[in-house]
Design a protein around this ligand. Structure first.
Ligand code: KE4
Length: 428
């Protein structure tokens, strides 16, 4: 597999961009070698600058529920472009987008658009603090909520991958208000609440974790979390940046049948363009400027181009809820095929899947929290990743990420992946 052009581009990139990439997890640091520079995406495929084609499961880390360049999103963008890219003034499409999101996710009565998942989560924490008058918040080890200072404490995703789950540059003051609980462990939450009685503004959780690899939240755990937050006047925030419109039309909160007080979104709601959002109960969201005193702003928030792509994506979901049946059928087919391969090779690695997001952990025990996830053999994962790449399958270049199936993946793609998995595993 020729990758000369990618390698020379990477050398050039490192002169001008920290680590040669605009987001750390893209740098292949966790899997070795240098990253592939992508020229084109189409459906379930991407083509790198050396002309190699891959069946890919990153989907831009989640946004591409329908694969690359679905015609209905491309057409919406082309049309929007004719009228201008951004006005810094309200547009009708933003109202339609807000109505669409609040219509699809019942717990969200009002919503504010932003430009990334990080903006969404950091804003949600600020609003929860403003609403409660409290300062501390609880996050869970291994969950990643973007790169705002106070989240980078035992964070997942790239922070975990690069072994900097608690980042330099985060001040003691910032870290002091971040309380850490264990995923799926309600006692760890109860203890923190008891030790910080009346001081906790919010609990923020990935209701299906995707950033320590995919880890399901136990339904009973989440229901107890809901009860605890209601009893203590704590704002329960579901970070659905990854799971929103991914695992179900109504997100993970629909699967769990638990209503959070606030929800954060990203990825899919941008249809491939930079969009995030936070929303929730009216009484909480009315705190947000200019309606209320909690300031939050953004030059390009709700811009017409991003709204056009996001609105096209969510409108398609609303009109075709059967996409989730298709995604479930394809994803369970892939899961069964991968597990079948592992079985024939007598490997009992953990494979966690929720809907069309899944992770194969290189550890032979169940993975249900951070402590079990980090037992994974990341060196072996790196070798596996490279073998899969040589077999034309592009997975997440890091063990602590999710793989995403899109509606564009065909049965042929899935069968090729299942075969490549056996070939790669045999060579480890
Ligand atoms: P962004 O700021 O990257 O748009 O969103 C941050 C974020 C917030 N919450 C959850 C649950 C997330 O998964 C993310 C971002 N996810 C990672 C992938 N694991 C983004 C990939 C990257 O950092 O390049």
């Amino acid at each position: 597999m020729e990758t000369k052009k990618s390698s020379s581009l990477f050398e050039e990139a490192k002169k001008y961009i920290p680590g040669g990439v605009n987001s750390p997890v893209r740098a292949f640091k966790a899997v070795g070698g240098s990253p592939l520079f992508i020229k084109k995406g189409s459906g379930s495929k991407i083509i790198d600058v050396d002309g190699n084609e891959y069946i890919e499961y990153i989907g831009s880390w989640g946004p591409h529920l329908f694969g690359h360049n679905p015609p209905f999103i491309v057409d919406a963008l082309k049309q929007a472009l004719e009228s201008g890219t951004s006005f810094g003034a309200p547009t009708g499409l933003e109202v339609e987008m807000a109505k669409l999101i609040t219509g699809l996710v019942p717990s969200v009565e009002m919503v504010r658009m932003v430009n990334s998942g990080t903006e969404a989560t950091m804003s949600a924490i600020r609003v929860a603090r403003g609403f409660t008058g409290r300062e501390k918040f609880i996050k869970f080890e291994g969950c990643y909520h973007g790169h705002a200072d106070y989240f980078l404490i035992k964070a997942g995703s790239g922070a975990l991958t690069l072994g900097i789950p608690t980042s330099p540059g985060v001040t003691k003051g910032n870290a002091a208000d971040t309380l850490l609980a264990d995923y799926n462990d309600i006692e760890s939450v109860k203890n923190l609440i008891a030790q910080n009685k009346g001081e906790i503004a919010a609990v923020i959780i990935e209701p299906v974790a995707g950033n320590m690899g995919v880890v399901k939240a136990d339904n009973n755990f989440v229901k107890q979390l809901r009860t605890l937050c209601s009893e203590e006047g704590i704002v329960l925030i579901f970070d659905e940046v990854m799971t929103g419109f991914r695992v179900a039309k109504g997100g993970a909160q629909q699967l769990l049948d638990v209503k959070p007080d606030m929800t954060t979104f990203g990825k899919i709601i941008g249809g491939g363009l930079p969009v995030g959002a936070f929303g929730g109960k009216r009484e909480i969201m009315e705190m947000v400027a200019p309606a209320g005193p909690v300031y939050q702003a953004g030059t390009l928030s709700g811009n017409p181009l991003a709204m056009a792509a996001g609105y096209a994506a969510l409108s398609y979901i609303k009109a075709h809820p059967e996409v989730y049946d298709e995604l479930e059928e394809k994803s369970s087919y892939l899961e069964k095929g991968l597990k079948g391969g592992l079985k024939t090779l007598n490997k009992n690695y953990a494979l966690n899947r929720v809907g069309s997001m899944m992770t194969l952990f290189f550890v032979e025990e169940p993975v249900n929290n951070y402590k079990t996830a980090v037992k994974s053999n990341t060196v072996l994962y790196g070798k596996y990743f490279s073998k899969m790449l040589q077999n034309g399958i592009y997975l997440a270049p890091a063990q602590f990420e999710a793989a995403f199936v899109s509606t564009a993946h065909t049965k042929e793609d899935l069968d090729k992946t299942i075969t490549a998995n056996i070939n790669a595993m045999e060579q480890l």
